[in-house]
Design a binder for this molecule. Structure first.
Ligand SMILES: Nc1ncnc2c1ncn2[C@@H]1O[C@H](COP(=O)(O)OP(=O)(O)O)[C@@H](O)[C@H]1O
Ligand SMILES: [Mg+2]
Length: 364
């Protein structure tokens, strides 16, 4: 079972501080949906409102088409997994998982059986009689997920559940979580400040800043077509040029910067705050100047990262421009001191407003 979740103009105020500001979006049943944003942007507050522990000061939240206004947390079809997992150290693994079932009057044999099914689902067979202290970090994570699934929620709410794990395990658990979500088809709402997690696991991502939605889209779209400067800078790396919009045609604009006039694609809602953003992998280094979008530079540093090579250059005004090339084993790498031209396609440069304070860009 899974359910859709709709937020309409949802606000959360703490005193006169607005932590969540008019958030509207629809999460489909069975979707893996992430909220991504820096610490303090309102992610946990949204999750707490969906689970019913915090009431919105304005707006409505519906789950499966039903208004949740008068539904207490235990009446909602949601289960919440916290960052600190909150497992019971004195109970064996299987009792931790079956804990919520006892209150529902399910007998011990059936509870044990259900716990075993869930242990198989999270890829921890034979762990039922272990003590919590015998488990690794990743295994505890799986037990917490199994325990949340035991009460058969339609919507699983996960608040940065991987943040306590080390990098390798975190990356492994991304794939695991994604697989568990697909197996159960439960709607997952996942919160993280880690762009890699959000992009790797999610069907769609909502990027937030200061309580406001900035963009809601598929991961690829968020990365390739950021809706504004906040999204472009928070997700991935960018070379950022300050300047002013000089002219615009249909989709392209010319942008006057201290480093020259460049052409780029115009994002939505451009205003005076606009800047030009170019990802390092879209900057090419060439021996001769191109007709447009070309900057004379000198190579300063080469960083060999294994699968790619990052090349730092500096232009005449001292501005650093970073170029990144995939390591295909054959590419020529310039030496420090080489005088080249940094170029980029207009289609791969974005002229974007800083941040949305009014309406976000929301894609289905
Ligand atoms: N109960 C509360 N009382 C007052 N301020 C709160 C409360 N809960 C959250 N906040 C504030 O709301 C903002 C958003 O918090 P939170 O939703 O926890 O952000 P995130 O999970 O994105 O880090 C923060 O500035 C936080 O200090
Ligand atoms: Mg939080």
């Amino acid at each position: 079972m899974s359910a859709s979740v709709e937020l309409q103009d949802v606000c959360a105020d703490f005193g006169n501080f607005r932590a969540v500001d008019k958030v509207s979006l629809s999460i489909e049943a069975g979707e893996f949906f992430s909220f991504l944003g820096p610490s303090g942007c309102g992610k946990t507050t949204i999750l707490r409102m969906v689970s019913g522990f915090v009431s919105p000061t304005a707006g409505t939240i519906s789950i499966g088409g039903k208004d949740m206004r008068d539904q207490r947390p235990n009446q909602r079809p949601t289960a919440l997994i916290f960052q600190n997992l909150a497992l019971f150290p004195l109970m064996p693994v299987w009792e931790n998982i079956a804990f919520g079932l006892e209150a529902r009057g399910i007998d011990k044999k059936a509870r044990r059986q259900r716990a075993e099914e869930l242990l198989a689902l999270v890829d921890l067979p034979d762990a039922g009689d272990k003590a919590i202290s015998q488990l690794s970090g990743g295994q505890k994570q799986r037990v917490a997920i199994a325990r949340a699934l035991a009460v058969e929620p339609s919507v699983m709410l996960l608040d940065e559940p991987l943040s306590a794990l080390d990098l390798k395990l975190r990356q492994h658990m991304r794939a695991e979580l994604r697989a568990i979500q697909k197996r159960t088809n439960v709607t997952f709402i996942y919160i993280t400040h880690d762009q890699g997690e959000a992009l790797a696991m999610s069907d769609r991502v909502a990027v937030m800043s200061h309580g406001k939605l900035q963009q809601v889209a598929r991961p690829r779209e968020i990365y390739d077509n950021p809706a504004n400067g906040f999204v472009a800078a928070f997700v991935g790396e960018s070379n950022i040029f300050n300047g002013t919009l000089a002219s615009r045609t249909h989709e392209l604009g010319t942008f006057q910067t201290e480093n020259g006039v460049f052409e780029g694609r115009l994002g939505p809602g451009i205003d005076d705050s606009a800047k030009l953003y170019v990802r390092p992998e879209n900057v090419r280094l060439a021996g001769a100047a191109h007709a447009s979008n070309s900057i004379a530079v000198e190579v300063t540093d080469i960083a060999f990262e294994g699968n790619f090579i990052s090349i730092r250059t500096v232009d005449g005004s001292g501005r650093i421009i970073v170029s990144e090339a995939r390591n295909d084993g054959a590419g020529l790498v310039p030496d420090p001191g080489a005088k080249l031209y940094a170029t980029f396609d207009a289609a791969k440069a974005f002229i974007l407003a800083d941040e949305f304070t009014a309406k976000p860009v929301v894609a289905a």
